[in-house]
Design a protein around this ligand. Structure first.
Ligand SMILES: [Mn+2]
Length: 297
């Protein structure tokens, strides 16, 4: 990366079922992430908990909608500030609901600067639910749908008012193996490129990465949304929503290598680390090793 890295944490787990992910930023820092980054960087600290915010009285099947909208607004503004000060944002979650604030700010920055945004969504889940299709009402299953224009009104309006929706065809998903029933219909009708674990097994990870990176030009800004649950839970047990039969260490490393070699990484989220379910910091240490590999010479 040519730019200096601007790190911030979002210590909240309101988008998922378990409370542990709010300690994700702290666990990543404790495991030595900042010290492992050898490129120029600055730690902007954690987003502060919003104290007063609008209440929407929404009847949607969407838990903590008011607070999550406020948290995402605060994160959006923090990421916007990091970008405006000339840094490439590295956001430490927190759960994946915070991709709305983070990727929202990145997306609008790319729109204003005529950059072609390409999102690599590394995940066990497509996160493409609406309140109608979600079995749980947990908003960390909805961020991609909200960013592309559907979902709970306060969140959809937040993205729309800040700068508009993102196009579906910029999303490239890897590691997918858990999609809810109604969500699957929407995924099939979407223009996203979704590579399931079955695709990875059939085509091989090299072919999958070749297909995705063929779209990268010298005007591409890659946003890497790294949900740790994309990795197999035997290697990364410390996540909020583990799903069996995920990406192996070698497959995961190949994804990271392809991103690094492209030279186009412009922003990143590291989400869903749950220290409560981790096994002696195994997952935090693995995440630090992988993430820091992108930010060294
Ligand atoms: Mn996710």
């Amino acid at each position: 990366m040519k730019k200096k890295i601007g790190i911030c944490g979002i210590p909240s787990s309101l988008g998922c079922a378990l409370p542990g992910t709010k300690n994700g930023p702290n666990a990543l820092r404790q495991a030595g992430l900042i010290g492992q980054i050898t490129l120029p960087h600055h730690d902007f600290g954690d987003v502060q908990e919003p104290q007063e915010y609008p209440k929407f009285n929404s009847k949607d099947n969407a838990k903590h909608l008011d607070a999550l909208t406020a948290w995402n607004t605060a994160l959006y503004e923090k990421v916007e500030e990091i970008i405006n000060r000339g840094y490439a944002p590295l956001v430490l979650g927190g759960d994946h609901a915070y991709a709305m604030g983070s990727l929202g700010a990145v997306g609008h920055h790319c729109m204003k600067n005529n950059k072609d945004l390409l999102v690599i969504w590394f995940d066990a889940h497509t996160d493409f639910n609406t309140p109608e299709t979600s079995p749980t009402g947990n908003i960390h299953g909805m961020p991609v749908r909200v960013l592309t224009g559907q979902g709970p009104a306060p969140l959809v309006n937040f993205i729309k008012d800040k700068g508009g929706f993102l196009a579906e065809n910029i999303f490239n998903m890897i590691g997918i193996r858990s999609v809810d029933e109604g969500e699957q219909i929407a995924v099939d009708q979407s223009q996203m490129s979704v590579f399931t674990m079955a695709d990875v097994r059939q085509q091989g990870i090299d072919q999958v990465l070749e297909t995705i990176f063929a779209k990268v030009t010298n005007n591409t800004h890659i946003h890497f949304s790294f949900d740790i649950d994309g990795i197999d839970p035997s290697l990364a047990p410390g996540v909020g929503t583990p799903v069996e039969h995920g990406l192996s260490l070698e497959q995961t490393q190949k994804v990271f290598q392809a991103i690094k070699q492209s030279g186009r990484l412009g922003s990143m989220d590291v989400v869903e680390l749950n220290p409560d379910t981790d096994n002696q910091d195994q997952t935090a240490k693995l995440a630090v090793e992988l993430v820091s590999s992108l930010f060294t010479e």
